[in-house]
Design a protein around this ligand. Structure first.
Ligand code: FAD
Length: 424
């Protein structure tokens, strides 16, 4: 990169750290703003969030006491920074993941470039640059700065999404979203309705079953192939038709009473600090129009790292950063706005044909590897290591089929191609 260009990174979770690392490596003058008082994003467990009374705004992350990863650490490391070799288990504690990201930041000397307790409150294009307005959360002072590039890495698990099921306001018991769940003991002797059997619904069910008297797990998963065996105090239920004062009536006409509800119903994507002249619509979990789910087509010096869901987040962040840096370093030219838009429309149309709702416009899931292949084909960057794809065939979606045991398997990566697995 010939002249020193400046860049701003919003957020210092895993995506922000990765963005900062590459920006610095490419010789940019980079700064990351993080609104919390430490780095790590999702992996920081804020102990003080009290179940039942915390609001989403009070809570920094969705992390809870004792969470273990739902993916093996072997698919959660950056290609240029390994987990410590003495860790035998694959499904590790959140605190160990946080330590890993802290070590990553130290190793790549990122810390001097991170400004903590600084919230980005507005981003707008101004005379060919990005004007970023930040709020110092300690002094309450506002500052504006200008940058050539901006990397948006604010995460996607901050704004809980709730279903609009009839009667929910009638229910007199405790209601929380998984975002504010912290400790299993809170549910001692309780009868609990878990709404949703995605990763959070299944994992929190597994956490609280030793304490709760009974758990109703309401979901719309197909039973074929059969989903996991559940613990004896867990009763599967279909979707709730309507709530009552003390419980719910389900779609199959059955009823149940319970004292607590945990909504494990996901998150809404929100990026409140983008001004209207960024020329982006953020609606129904879609940021539009973006080229390849990351580059703002009308202002290509803005990119988003980590929007695709049901991917392997760390692999995704690293590959997306290497992809955009090919353009931002001047090595490659982006297609015209017209061509990028046509590409995005093709992608959206193809998703519609597959029956995917707009809310899932950034879902990659099993097709994550096709997405990576596309970015690689366009830019010639290295693909993710083949061993990651091989591991995905064995560990993908395991929580659904073997909730009680899947973490008892561990993996050891031998080289970029091969791994072994063993029982713990
Ligand atoms: P985040 O970690 O959310 O970081 C975003 C950061 O941006 C935060 O620190 C936030 O404070 C900051 N920020 C937001 N807005 C602003 C602003 N306006 N100004 C300044 N700073 C701002 N992934 C896995 O690979 N394996 C797992 O096992 C796994 N388990 C998970 C379990 C749970 C309960 C959840 C919620 C997620 C899990 N994930 C897991 C996904 C995980 O979120 C990603 O792996 C990854 O850590 C996300 O990183 P991120 O940087 O995109 O977002």
């Amino acid at each position: 990169m010939a002249a020193k260009v400046s860049c701003c990174v919003v957020g210092a979770g895993a995506a922000g750290l990765c963005a900062l690392k590459y920006a610095l490596e490419y010789g940019m003058e980079a700064v990351a703003y993080e609104k919390y008082n430490e780095i790590g994003g999702t992996w920081v467990c804020t102990e003080h969030a009290a179940d039942g009374c915390a609001t989403a705004e009070d809570v920094h992350s969705s992390m809870y006491d004792g969470l273990r990863t739902n993916l093996p650490k072997e698919v959660m490391d950056f290609p240029d920074f390994k987990f410590p070799t003495n860790m035998r288990e694959s499904y590790i504690l959140a605190s160990d993941v946080l330590k890993y990201f802290q070590s990553y930041a130290e190793h790549f000397k990122l810390l001097p470039h991170i400004k903590l307790r600084q919230e980005v409150v507005r981003v707008r294009p101004l005379h060919g640059k990005w004007e970023v307005l930040t709020l110092d959360l300690q002094s309450n002072d506002y500052t504006t700065q200008q940058f050539d590039y901006i990397f948006i890495c604010n995460g996607r698990y901050a704004t809980p999404s709730y279903p609009s099921t009839p009667g929910i306001d009638l229910f007199k018991g405790h209601k929380i979203h998984s975002h504010v769940f912290r400790r299993a003991e809170t549910f001692k002797d309780a009868t609990v309705l878990m709404v949703g059997a995605g990763r959070s619904g299944m994992d929190i069910t597994h956490h609280i079953y030793p304490y709760a008297a009974r758990i109703y797990l309401s979901h719309h998963l197909q039973q074929k192939p059969p989903i996991t065996d559940f613990m004896p105090n867990v009763v599967q239920k279909p979707v709730v038709e309507r709530y009552t004062e003390n419980g719910a009536i389900f779609k199959d006409g059955t009823e149940a009473n319970f004292t607590h509800i945990v909504f494990c119903t996901g998150y809404d994507l929100t990026i409140p600090f983008l001004s209207a002249d960024c020329n982006l619509q953020v609606h129904d979990n879609l940021v539009y129009p973006l080229y390849k789910h990351c580059i703002n087509i009308y202002h290509p010096t803005m990119c988003f790292i980590g929007l695709p869901i049901y991917a392997y987040p760390i692999q995704l962040f690293d590959l997306q950063m290497r992809f955009v840096m090919q353009y931002y370093s001047g090595k490659l030219q982006l297609p015209s706005a017209e061509d990028m838009l046509a590409d995005t429309e093709r992608d959206l149309a193809e998703r519609r044909e597959r029956g995917l709702p707009r809310r899932k416009a950034h879902l990659v899931g099993e097709r994550q590897f096709d997405y990576y292949d596309e970015l690689v084909a366009l830019t010639g960057i290295d693909n993710i290591r083949p061993v990651i794809k091989k591991l995905s065939k064995i560990c993908g979606g395991k929580f659904l089929y073997d909730l009680q045991n899947y973490r008892k398997t561990a993996f050891k990566v031998i080289d970029n191609e091969n791994f072994v697995q063993f029982k713990l």
